[in-house]
Unconditional design. Structure first.
Length: 278
């Protein structure tokens, strides 16, 4: 495998598949640094059960789905509660909005098609496509993943919708020491790139930096040498909302593809530098 990451120190912020990603970085000549910016992610049974009871007993006019994994988890719980057929009936009778191709695929498995879907995998894209629809007085069930979405909820409520939420997963913050180490390495330019694989990783790091009065210096470090990389468009949008513009985003939204694309980025940069030499 080409050594496109030779000597490059890559901080890996995701707890999932960190070993596999580290091996790939090493194979490309890089130095992986596992720096979890997200703690445990676990299924929140109580939230799902309560959400399902509300969903079925008081069917919404609109169902807004934001993750395929979350929808799958909801159906798994519905199967366990022996109400999956009822949930499918409610979904079939409501208008559906979906964010992200994985969510659309999860719907397709159940022979459901969204009326509204984003144009770029982001919350902003979903809002743009939602804009022509009248939501005043409409009951909306919003399925999130493991964190709230104040921008989307605020927009829906501003349109006059009555919003209920169900969050199938719960994100637990990482150890403060992990965030402190990563933040210091970014500020001192001791890492060349930071690979983010989810929105919560970005937000936990940003919140920690802000609590220490170091958010602006961190944002500046990302503009001035430390390469911010994202696994896909949704995470890149979460970064953009926090003032960090992703320089590397693979077309194929997978963790391995992220490392390969990061290698291509550094290879292209090296080629550009070589062309400038006399």
């Amino acid at each position: 495998m080409a050594q496109h990451l030779a000597g490059i120190r890559v901080a890996l912020t995701g707890p999932r598949k960190s070993k596999e990603m580290s091996l790939l970085v090493e194979k490309m000549g890089g130095i992986p640094l596992v720096r979890p910016a997200q703690g445990t992610v676990f299924l929140d049974d109580r939230n799902i059960r309560d959400g399902l009871v509300s969903w079925i007993s008081n069917p919404p006019d609109w169902t807004v789905l934001t993750t395929g994994m979350g929808l799958d988890a909801i159906f798994d719980m519905a199967e366990d509660m022996e109400i999956a057929d009822q949930l499918l009936d409610v979904l079939s009778e409501s208008l559906i909005a979906a964010r992200g191709y994985k969510t659309v695929n999860a719907l397709r498995k159940r022979k459901l098609t969204p009326l509204v879907r984003d144009d770029d995998g982001s919350t902003d894209g979903l809002i743009r496509e939602f804009a022509p629809h009248k939501l005043k007085g409409q009951k909306v069930m919003l399925q999130l993943h493991g964190e709230t979405a104040p921008k989307l909820v605020g927009w829906l409520e501003d349109q006059g919708a009555q919003v209920r939420q169900v969050l199938p997963y719960r994100h637990v913050p990482p150890e403060e020491g992990e965030l402190e180490q990563l933040l210091n390495e970014i500020l001192r330019h001791e890492v060349h790139a930071v690979a983010f694989t989810s929105g919560p990783q970005v937000r936990f790091l940003v919140e920690y930096a802000a609590s220490k009065g170091k958010l602006e210096p961190m944002q500046a470090a990302f503009r001035q040498g430390v390469v911010p990389a994202s696994v896909g468009r949704v995470t890149a949008n979460a970064m953009r909302e926090e003032g960090i513009e992703a320089l590397v985003v693979p077309e194929d939204e997978k963790m391995g593809a992220l490392i390969v694309e990061l290698g291509r980025y550094y290879a292209a940069r090296s080629a550009d530098k070589a062309q400038l030499l006399p």
